[in-house]
Design a protein around this ligand. Structure first.
Ligand code: GUN
Length: 289
């Protein structure tokens, strides 16, 4: 039995963080200030707390200053807009990240609209979404960018490959489909209403599983020699009450794939590394004009 190559997201992300750290140091020497990310967290969603903590820790390691802005679950929308306005106007802040999800009384789309596109390190502002669709984006969403960097370590060239994206979210599915298209992959985007998904996946040279459905993608959906990028991270209760993280793919059934990303340790670390890279990019763009 062969085993697929495990794409080591932890190592690849760590190398990217090291490069960002070097560049952040150069930036600091050049401009006399650190690249700075403002992280906004509204409410106390436990998963968001964990993500925000990780983002702050990794920023510190890479020489990126981060400021945290924690607002209560009951914060009125207007207070959040006021904060974003202040961060937009602060020349010492280069990147702004509003952690999602937001409480239901807040209109997330309007909040994302309010962020200065030049500081939108998530790449979620409509201007950046539009630029992504024309292949001219400066700031590309972090998880899709991470997926592309991982693919580049195992496939060359991507051009002409058939990629099947499972899931059509604004955060992963749609932007990763655009990035694959830009690299001249043939792209099929599937979603919850897609008919005959296993048969569609079986045609893929590349499967990007981003449905948020644990073990949705089974081994017999994967063509021998295909590359599988698993974006899923679902927390499930494990034996002894200790939660474990499960991907969208049945990892134990992928032996005939050419390469797969592990969960955890695949796409996850890349998301944060790309956030740091985007913050540095935003800082440089803001200073170079
Ligand atoms: N919540 C889950 N993923 C993300 C992300 O990539 N960015 C933000 N801001 N919130 C998230």
């Amino acid at each position: 039995m062969t085993v697929p190559k495990l794409i080591d997201g932890k190592r690849i992300a760590s190398e990217l963080c090291d490069r960002v750290a070097g560049d952040a140091d150069t930036f600091r020497q050049q401009y006399g200030l650190q690249p700075t990310l403002a992280v906004v967290l509204v409410g106390a969603d436990p998963a968001s707390e964990i993500y925000v903590r990780q983002k702050v820790i990794q920023c510190r390691k890479a020489g990126i200053r981060s400021t945290q802005h924690r607002l209560s679950e009951l914060t009125p929308e207007a207070a959040l807009f006021k904060l974003i306005g202040a961060l937009n106007g602060d020349p010492t802040v280069h990147g702004i990240l509003v952690q999602l999800p937001l409480p239901v009384h807040i209109d997330a789309a309007r909040v994302l609209d309010a962020i200065d596109p030049a500081k939108d390190v998530d790449g979620f502002h409509p201007v950046n979404v539009g630029r992504l669709s024309t292949g001219t984006a400066a700031l590309v969403p972090c998880t899709p960018l991470g997926c592309m960097l991982l693919l580049d370590t195992v496939i060359d060239p991507l051009r002409g490959k058939h990629a099947v994206v499972i899931g059509k979210s604004n955060i992963v599915g749609k932007p990763v489909a655009l990035l694959l298209l830009e690299r001249e992959c043939t792209v099929t985007v599937t979603h919850i209403a897609t008919q005959g998904l296993p048969g569609i996946a079986r045609n893929a040279d590349i499967v990007i599983a981003a449905a948020g459905a644990p073990r949705l993608v089974r081994g017999d959906w994967i063509k021998p020699g295909a590359v599988v990028i698993d974006v899923g991270i679902t927390r499930v209760p494990g034996i002894g009450g200790k939660a474990s993280i499960v991907g969208d793919c049945a990892a134990d059934e992928m032996e005939h794939a050419a390469a797969v990303t592990p969960v955890p340790g695949g796409v996850g670390p890349m998301t944060i590394a790309c956030l740091l890279a985007n913050t540095l990019k935003a800082a440089r763009n803001l200073h170079h004009g």
